[in-house]
Each structure stands twice: as C-alpha cells, then as structure tokens.
Write a protein that binds this ligand. Structure first.
Ligand code: NAP
Length: 484
C-alpha cells in the first residue's frame, strides 16, 4: 500500500499505543477561531477503526484492573508530570485551537495536573465496607457481605470544545485510576489539544490499548460509538440537545451528562452592588461567556436595577477585547455559526423592546460584550443559552418573582444569589432548582473536588472527583457464609 506523506500539520489518531493515519484517507481541517487559518488536520476515522480501538481497550482493561492501585497511581502521577513538562506547548495549542487566552490555557493544563493528582489521592483513600446479616430482622450473624467497587470496563469519554484538556482529563483520570480503559472522542474543534494531552499520557508509558483517541465528527461517528455494545459507560459534557440525543441512543448503560445552563445571578435589594457587579462581569464574560457556568441572565430587584446596570456598564467598558494571544477576556467565538446565533438573540431582544446598554458590535466572529436591559420573557435571550458575551438584565419586583423566573428555565446548572442577608440567601438558595447555588459569588465549576451537578436540561449524574470515580465503578458484593 502506498503510504501518504503526512505534513507536519497532520495529527494521527491513537490506538493500541500507536499513532496512526486512518485508512479512510480522510482528514478534518481544524481552523483557528482567531487566526482564521488551518492549524492542523485530524483523522476522520472509520467505524472499523472504532471497533478495533474498542477491542484493544477491552483487552488492555483486564490486565489494568488486575494490577495494584499503587501501580496505577504511579502511571497517573507520571502523566501529571508530563503535562507540567509540556504545559507551554499544550497551552499554545489550546489557545490556537479554541481561542482561549494563553494565561487561561496554561491554567487549564496546570489545573488538569492537579486534578489527576487529587484523583489518585482520593482513590487511594477510598475503601469498601462490610456488613453482617443480623442487622436485618431475622438475618444471620454468620452472613458477612464484603462490598467493594469494581470498574465498569470501557468508558466512552466525550468532552466539549471549551475545556478540551481539563474536561477530557476529568473523565480519563477517574476512569483509569479505578481500573477502566477509555475510548476518548474529543470535540473536533479541540481534538488537537486532546491529542497533545494524550501525547503526555503516551510519554508516561501507560499500557498500550488502555486509552485510545478516536477522532472524527460527532455527527459521523458519535451515534456509532454511543450505541456500540463494547462501551460500558458514557461520560459526556456538551450541549443539551446533543446530550438528549445521546441519552436516547445509549440504551441501558450508565450515563453521566453535564449539559448546558442558563445560570441566573439573582440580585436582591440589599446586595453590595459593586461587589456583585464584579462577580457578574467575571461570571458572564470570561472567555467571552463560553463557559457552561457563565452567568447567563441577571434577575435584579427593580429598586436597585438602574444603579446595578450603570455599574455593570462601567465594568464592561474595562473588559479587554481582541486576540487571545494578548490575554484578552473578550475573544472571537469558536466559529461564525456561534457568533450568528448570539447575534440572532441580540437582534430578537432589540426587536422586542429590550434596551441596548452597550455592545451589539461585531467583527466576524468577535462579538463585543453586550448588555441588554429591560429584557422580558417574550425574548429568546431570556431563556436560551447564548454561549457568548451577551448578558440580559431582567427586572423583578420581589425575591419570589426572581425565584419563579429562575425556576421557569429548562436548565438547572447553577445560580448565584447576591445579598448581605445570609438568612435570605439560604431561603432563596433552598428554593432554586439547580445543581449548585453560589451565595455572593459567581457561578463556576470547582474547586474540582466539589460535586458538580446539572438538573433538568443541565444534566444527569454527578461529577466531582470522588463522585466521578463512583460513577465509573459499581458495587460488587461477596457474601461469606460462615459455618454456624
Ligand atoms: P456539543 O456540540 O454538544 O459537542 C459536545 C461533544 O459531543 C463534542 O465532542 C461533539 O463532537 C460530540 N458529539 C456531537 N454529536 C454527537 C453524537 N451524535 N454522539 C456523540 N457525540 C457527539 O457542545 P460544544 O459546542 O462542544 O460545547 C458547548 C456546550 O457544552 C454548551 O451547551 C455548554 O453549556 C456545554 N458545557 C457543559 C458543561 C458542564 O459541565 N455542564 C461544561 C462545558 C460545556 P464534535 O465536536 O465532533 O461534533
């Protein structure tokens, strides 16, 4: 067979410990969202190659589950060390591929190394339990149940584009430490960053076949992977529509889904408005709002709304806009389609009577930070997730109205409540239907060992280091029947 010469920009996929070119001969061009040029190509692999990767993963998993926890820990520690060694190289790819500032990209790599180490330490301190039968009425003392956690087998890890290294490793590390193998399907825009992370894993000397990276468009190989009988559990992070589609396809295997959000920032009459505005601005606009836990609507009490809007506007004027190479906060969105969607939400709101405070300026896929006041429930931006730098302000007459609007959303990821009255904060937090409520702080994921949960359209299952390990293992009970 004639071998094609790969250019420096061609990235191979990774199967059974080897970097390979796909037999399809097809590649996908990855264009930088701000350089507007192709920065590399990834392999568009075939279904047969998916099958091979899953077969290798099953073979490797048996041996991996058998070795000691300390041995598995050693490999993961080496992987974390490799990520630290390669931090600049990986951060540069993240920056170029998903348009995140170099500083944030580097933080993502460092946070990932910390995540892996913490995962190891958590696993080293997790242990099973035992039970005697006589604690149940009529049960016998001679029956002893030994309860341990065992791996599920082969985990399919599918992250989104926005944290292509951290949200991938937060699936791989708990899977691996607990004795599973992994099929890693990166977001296509984010695949090169994922490949770089796997290069670090390869350098750490993991057994071949244990982790395989399968590249290709979700729309082409996604369903095939999700429905594959060789997959024993799926850990997915991405949009709600994709998550719902995937859940319908997956059938009877365990799923953890972390999906979209429409996190409200609820501002009470007695809030410290300057502090609140700082949290809201950083929550809403970091990385141009391309975060699942960005603050995506402000529900503010009418009596303080004018003042809050004025302060928010002042703060927005300070946000640096431009290339991620200059560490700007507002950067071009991931692609033109995303920018078109954000623009359509702004246009719809303005047509229906929202007041433009600032923004609504666009250069290609760079959308300037946009603040919309007097947003009402008839406007799409009140309910839909923009994943871009637009912040709607909805004025309310009472805390009850804020709670009602917060809960009317199809999403339920996080919410923030800003008030100086801690009792009121708890009363509101208790009534909010969301995975987490932040009191006097911006909505955000982490620290990574905190449980992270989405309810309603925001997901299913719990992440967070211990919870992720638990979701990728199951209880196994061995019962000893002593002679009486
Ligand atoms: P997306 O379009 O839903 O894609 C997510 C992943 O799913 C990508 O790897 C994608 O691959 C893959 N995929 C697409 N179709 C598939 C299919 N039929 N079967 C299996 N996989 C498939 O989301 P995104 O645009 O990358 O990310 C933005 C979304 O993620 C936002 O809604 C955001 O809120 C959410 N998010 C949630 C969290 C959280 O923890 N709750 C964190 C970050 C982001 P391709 O790239 O090849 O299409």
């Amino acid at each position: 067979m004639k071998t094609k010469v790969l250019s420096l920009l061609d990235y191979k996929f990774y199967v059974n410990g080897e970097w390979k070119e796909s037999q399809t001969g097809q590649t996908i061009e990855i264009k930088s969202p701000y350089l507007y040029e192709v920065i590399g190509k990834v392999q568009a692999i075939s279904k047969n190659e998916v099958d091979e990767a899953i077969t290798f993963a099953h073979e490797a998993q048996k041996e991996w589950a058998n070795i000691s926890l300390q041995q598995r820990a050693d490999y993961l520690y080496k992987w974390a060390d490799q990520l630290i060694d390669k931090q600049d190289e990986i951060a540069e790819i993240i920056m170029k591929e998903v348009g995140k500032s170099f500083k944030d990209a580097k933080n993502e790599v460092l946070r990932t190394a910390d995540f892996i180490r913490f995962t190891v330490e958590e696993a080293l301190h997790m242990h099973g339990e035992s039970m005697r039968g006589d604690s149940f009425p009529g049960g016998s003392k001679s029956k002893i149940a030994i309860i341990e956690r065992v791996p599920l087998g082969v985990i399919l890890a599918i992250p989104p584009f926005n944290y292509p290294v951290n949200l991938a490793a937060s699936k791989l590390a708990p899977a691996l430490i607990s004795g599973n193998a992994v099929i890693f399907k990166p977001a296509t825009q984010g695949a090169i960053s994922g490949i770089k992370m796997i290069e670090a894993l390869h350098a750490a000397g993991f057994p071949k076949g244990l982790v395989n990276i399968v590249t290709g468009r979700g729309s082409v190989i996604g369903d095939y992977l999700v429905e594959h009988e060789g997959i024993n559990m799926i850990s997915f992070t991405g949009g709600t529509n994709t998550g719902i589609h995937l859940a319908k396809k997956a059938g009877m295997i365990p799923l953890v889904l972390e999906l979209g959000g429409k996190d409200p920032g609820i501002v009470c009459e007695d809030a410290d408005l300057h502090e609140t505005a700082k949290h809201i601005i950083s929550g809403a606009f970091s990385y141009s709002g391309q975060r699942c836990t960005a603050i995506k609507r402000v529900l503010v009490h009418e009596s303080v709304a004018d003042e809050l809007v004025e302060i928010l506007n002042e703060e927005i004027q300070k946000l640096p806009v431009g290339s991620p190479e200059d560490d700007n906060t507002i950067v071009p969105l991931i692609d033109d389609e995303s920018a078109d969607f954000v623009q359509s939400l702004i246009d719809d709101a303005l047509k229906k009577g929202a007041k433009l405070v600032t923004g609504n300026k666009r250069q290609h896929n760079l959308i300037y930070p946009t603040l919309l006041d007097h947003v009402t429930g008839v406007m799409k931006v009140a309910w839909e997730e923009p994943f871009g730098p637009v912040l709607p302000v909805i004025r309310v007459c009472s805390d009850e109205e804020a709670i009602k609007l917060a809960n009317e959303s199809n999403f339920g990821l996080q919410a923030s409540v800003f008030t100086k009255n801690i009792n009121k904060a708890f009363l509101i937090a208790n009534k909010i239907e969301a995975g987490s409520v932040q009191i006097n702080g911006r909505t955000e994921r982490g620290p990574d060992h905190f449980p992270f949960i989405g309810v309603k359209g925001s997901g299913m299952g719990t992440q967070g280091i211990r919870m992720s390990i638990e979701s990728m293992t199951r209880e196994k009970i061995t019962v000893v029947n002593l002679a009486e």
